[in-house]
Design a binder for this molecule. Sequence first.
Ligand code: SAH
Ligand code: SF4
Length: 361
Amino acid sequence: MIDLLNLTNLQLRELLRAWKEPPYRAAQIEQWVYRELVTDFEAMTNLPHDLRARLASETKIGVPRVIAQNDSADGLTRKVLLQLDDGQTIETVLMLYADAPNSPALQEPAVKRRTVCISTQVGCPIGCPFCATGQAGYIRNLTPGEIVAQVLHFARALKPDPLTNIVVMGMGEPLMKFDVTWQAIESLTDPDRFGMGARRITVSTAGEIPGIERMAREPLQVNLAISLHAPDDELRNVLVPLNRKYPLKELLRAVRGYVAQTRRRVTFEYALMDHVNDQPAHARALAQLLRGLLCHVNLIPLNPTAASPYQRSPYERVKHFQNILTDAGIPTTLRVEKGIEIAAGCGQLRQAEKDRPGFPQ
Ligand code: SAH
Ligand code: SF4
């Protein structure tokens, strides 16, 4: 059965042509699926009955099943474990950003941003030792439809409020299967489909250079974030094992090329781990590495996982680290911890559920 979410704009039009339907039917279906967010063909009231029936018998609109859900105490973060058709599970997270830290949760107009964090793979082959997804190993890639379905899940839940941002920072390395991720992003940005502004989307990579080079050539102005976590090869080979394939010198060359071509600021993510990568010498080396680059560093407090020895750095050390970067002229933010108590770290809900008896494998 065809998942309509897996079809590109062109493929949907080809399918309808093969069915001898007039071309405008594609736009009508896209409106229902991506704007009205319906999941039932019977709701597509401007389509003739026989077309609705044929769609229902030969196609579907992929809707993953929610098998676990976790809300933060402040009501601003919701994490769901979604089950796919083959029984595999992935995590998707909704983060609401309030106007002021103490504005009442979820109350309009206090909520300014509604960001969904989506996965691109079941597990991840990169194997970063501090990451719950990396620890769990790799199972398979998602399809473009399975990536899009995560966004539609929360778009439906929030309706009529719109999602404002998408971050591709869930499970998996999004640039490894570039075409799959990009097809999903094209559906999400297509003005006739979901219509999210490309500048409101951020893709995070562990440093997949060919993907960075392709992003530099893409016309869509999607933001790029690089998970750096270490300023030298010796340490980064351990923390982000993809570094053995794409070492820092080559990675930075690719990122500089990306900035030169797109003139867009790149974000570097740096999770601070107690006595591992959080010393003043690391901060100085990082400042040296990024000198002159149009960039921004996101300092993230590590979310410790049960299966690894890495711990979060104490706040004073984080502040000191940040000050060194600031003094070197590098803009930073200390990432607000979103939903730490709901195991919001990548892959942590899935791990927690797996440890529970009766979890579908
Ligand atoms: N695989 C991609 C995108 C998903 S991970 C990547 O690595 O960039 C999103 C971000 O969360 C990455 O920067 C990742 O390094 C970070 N991360 C993973 N586990 C974490 C943890 N336990 N604590 C803090 N950040 C973590
Ligand atoms: Fe994969 Fe990103 Fe986790 Fe590393 S941090 S294992 S690249 S999901």
